[in-house]
Ligand binder design. Structure first.
Ligand code: ZN
Length: 106
């Protein structure tokens, strides 16, 4: 992913509208590119401030931490998803092997 693409996805990322694959590519880019990370931080701050004004709450959020937590949470979810896909693949392989043996024995 290049900077142009990453920056065009910032809003979708903040609004949680990216697919799992795009989220992973986005986070990979953000973690290796200071320019886009700063851009994300600024846009995230603006979005959160606006959301807070809408809610008329006066909670003192730590926005930088919120963003960090969000990225950690996304990565955890992507990790779980990858593990699940791997387990499904493993079970399928085992079933295929069992089916194959069954077929041979008959
Ligand atoms: Zn970049």
């Amino acid at each position: 992913m290049n900077c142009g693409e990453a920056q065009s996805l910032i809003e979708a990322f903040i609004k949680d509208e990216l697919s799992m694959r795009k989220t992973k590519e986005f986070i990979d880019h953000i973690e290796s590119c200071g320019t886009c990370r700063e851009e994300l931080e600024v846009r995230f701050l603006v979005e959160m401030t606006a959301a807070e004004l809408d809610n008329e709450t006066d909670l003192d959020y730590d926005f930088a931490n919120m963003l960090k937590n969000r990225i950690v949470e996304k990565k955890r979810r992507i990790g779980n998803y990858t593990l699940l896909a791997f387990l499904i693949l493993l079970v399928s392989a085992v079933l295929l092997v069992l089916a194959f043996y069954y077929f041979i024995i008959l």
